[in-house]
Design a protein around this ligand. Structure first.
Ligand SMILES: Cc1cc2nc3c(=O)[nH]c(=O)nc-3n(C[C@H](O)[C@H](O)[C@H](O)COP(=O)(O)OP(=O)(O)OC[C@H]3O[C@@H](n4cnc5c(N)ncnc54)[C@H](O)[C@@H]3O)c2cc1C
Length: 437
């Protein structure tokens, strides 16, 4: 594919959402040297923790090494889900039925709570409960989805239904899949607008949000902590680490427990809305059952396809991740073969070794992270819970509190195995798909 046919004349290796909502302009002026809490990371997790603490009348400083929201929280796919990766059967096997139920319930609560939060706060972010179509890439994958649904306790399947292959045309304009499942409560939003709405509310609650201020060390100091930053030190009673896929050397214990994995998206040039309506007749967001997942949707204005996937483990050049994404998009939707790519971007999500999110405190340092690529609702929810925990409130308890946060021997935060794993799983996905053609 020549660059001429691949990239639109206005191509930019930047995030589509930032066209409409650039990073918030926050004064990098003097930051307080003392606060009740310092929050490291200004994505959904950190901002929700800060909002709860600030609204309780306590002084909070949120710092970010880059612009506010520079991590995943302003450049994701905008697909809002319950955010629990393992299936119910797997959760029961690992944690027992009772705990499995509390984990699934918490994911569903997070999804419902986020919609209510956005509505109550009046955040304009194109939030829409559109449902998700999760497509099966092989007949076996469809069988697996059907069995998974059957095994779910009835109270957890009220919003889900199977769509067999002969009816999938109602959901999606491609013949490639073998049916799928609809989860009707899933939603879509504009992630950067949601982030902007949060920043505005955190600032209005009295917190300081300091961009371009990197935490470089954390040390205990009596009952509290001292956070050394690129712009001076902050003494606080509490510190919250909300760095997810960008957790660096600052905290080796956490770094050994999260695996940063690249996630990539392209936005097409504008299309006739009649075309996007043909490709996405139900207007739902879409994911598929491949291990190396693809996720896609239409932009809120109905004119572009936003097509995402894990096409690499760690590539950081969006010009290089665009061609394989475009190729996959065209394989699914041949009608888009002449459509060019207008934006391409990426970010690092945080996987965990048990594919569950984690929240807790270690040596007085509070953290929540590891959303495995689905952190819009769960990151917001656990950030909110973290804020309540810091205030000593009972409702801050979560189903994840008692989970051990697993690491692996010889893993120190450099995921040398990810590229090989992505290649292996991609080969397996292709073999499964081909076996059924
Ligand atoms: C391309 C892409 C698509 C995605 N699509 C979806 C989706 O459709 N649905 C979904 O639910 N999730 C999706 N996600 C994941 C979701 O965006 C994240 O799970 C969520 O935003 C995590 O929020 P967070 O606040 O925990 O971390 P982030 O938003 O990543 O914020 C972490 C911040 O910490 C800062 N930081 C790190 N170290 C330091 C330091 N030492 N000092 C100061 N600051 C520091 C970073 O600069 C960064 O801004 C996607 C992610 C990507 C990259």
């Amino acid at each position: 594919m020549g660059e001429g046919t691949l990239f639109a004349p206005d191509f930019s290796p930047t995030c589509y959402w930032h066209d409409l909502t650039p990073p918030p302009e926050l004064s990098p002026g003097a930051q307080p040297g003392r606060a009740a809490a310092v929050v490291i990371g200004s994505g959904y997790t950190g901002l929700h923790a800060a909002l709860v603490i600030a609204r309780a009348g306590q002084a909070v400083v949120v710092i970010d090494a880059e612009d506010a929201g520079w991590g995943c929280s302003s450049r994701n796919g905008g697909q809002v889900s319950a955010g629990i990766k393992p299936g119910f059967g797997e959760l029961v096997r690992r944690h027992g039925e009772l705990h499995a139920r509390t984990i699934v319930t918490e994911g569903r609560d997070a999804l419902a709570w986020l919609g209510a939060f956005i509505e109550t706060e009046g955040i304009h972010c194109d939030y829409r409960v559109c449902g998700r179509f999760h497509a099966a890439h092989s007949p076996q994958a469809y069988e697996k989805l059907a069995k998974g649904l059957e095994r779910l306790p009835p109270e957890f399947r009220d919003d889900s239904f199977l769509v067999p292959r002969d009816r999938q045309g109602n959901e999606i304009g491609t013949e490639i899949y073998h049916g799928g499942i609809v989860q009707a409560r899933n939603a879509a939003l504009d992630p950067a607008q949601y982030h902007r709405g949060l920043v505005d509310r955190v600032v209005a609650a009295g917190a300081t949000v300091a961009p371009r201020c990197r935490a470089t060390a954390i040390s205990r100091h009596g009952d509290g902590v001292v956070v050394a930053t690129s712009r001076g030190t902050i003494t606080a009673r509490h510190v919250v680490v909300a760095t997810n896929g960008y957790t660096g050397r600052l905290l080796p214990w956490l770094r050994r427990r999260v695996i940063p994995i690249g996630s990539y998206i392209i936005a097409t040039e504008p299309l006739d809305p009649a075309m996007t309506a043909r490709l996405f007749p139900s207007g739902r967001v879409v994911t598929d059952s491949r291990k190396v997942v693809y996720y896609y949707r239409v932009s809120p204005d109905g004119t572009r396809v936003l097509f995402g996937g894990r096409v690499s483990g760690g590539e950081t050049d969006p010009r290089k991740s665009a061609p394989p994404l475009k190729a996959e998009m065209v394989r699914l939707f041949p009608a888009l073969s002449a459509t060019r790519v207008s934006r391409s971007w990426m970010g690092f999500v945080a996987y965990t070794f048990d594919t569950l999110p984690h929240i807790g405190a270690r040596d007085g340092i509070h953290y929540a992270m590891g959303y495995c690529g689905s952190g819009i609702a769960m990151g917001s929810w656990l950030g909110m819970r973290l804020g309540q925990k810091i205030l000593g409130r009972e409702e801050g308890r979560t189903a994840f509190d008692i989970l051990r946060f697993p690491g692996r021997p010889y893993y120190y935060g450099r995921p040398w195995f990810v590229s090989a794993a992505v290649s292996y799983y991609r080969w397996r996905d292709r073999r499964e798909s081909k076996a059924t053609l």
